[in-house]
Design a protein around this ligand. Sequence first.
Ligand code: C5P
Length: 235
Amino acid sequence: MSNPAPVAVALDAPDLETAARWAALVTPHVSTVKIGLELYLRYGPDVVASIRGASGVRIFLDLKLHDIPATVGAAARTVARLRPDLLTVHASGGADALRAAAEGAPGTRIAAVTLLTSLNEEQLGRIGMTGSVQDTVLRLSALAVEAGAHGIVCSPREVSAVRAEVGPGIMLITPGVRPAGSAAYDQARVATPEEAIKAGADLLVIGRPITSAPDPGAAAATIAASLRRLTPARK
Ligand code: C5P
């Protein structure tokens, strides 16, 4: 089997059986699966071991922690024993909270969420964040990296500017990825997998184009093959 593709399949399933089935189907083709709040809150920490199974697939725990530094640090310590590869923390919680997460879960990469892509400039203004989306994303990215975050979650549209801001060595993670010809669903700003990688992304978060396909394993394999053609020697 060739190297799995740098894709995190978002397991946004209503129940564990469905999520575990999707994980088993896609795991031969992708590096990572993403467990979000819905599954985690419904099934608790055991969901991580159930999904990982015997496959050893990397787990992206997308809990988007946002609290005072002591609480974020304690939460990160608690989930560290589940050995997730990635854990998300809101950058707007501040540098101390990001630092506490990194210290609390030393074996896990902390990915900072800059701005939720559901917020537009008008909504940002209403919560007191003035300035353009891009300036805010860049400011939060710089803060997160300085505080010890290992990765940044941003939209494909911002990835090249974020790369220029944070330099190499920081993992850039992009949702909003759609293979050519697939439905956008509710993602407003989309890029193809090839475009996102060319712009500098290291890990592509892809959900429904894979999990809603008639054969999720085949959909993951097709995306993996398109990325292998792009970067044959990719890690
Ligand atoms: O199905 P789809 O490919 O749109 O799934 C994308 C995944 O990425 C979902 O789990 C969604 O919650 C997540 N996400 C996102 N936009 C962000 C952050 C996370 O779509 N800014």
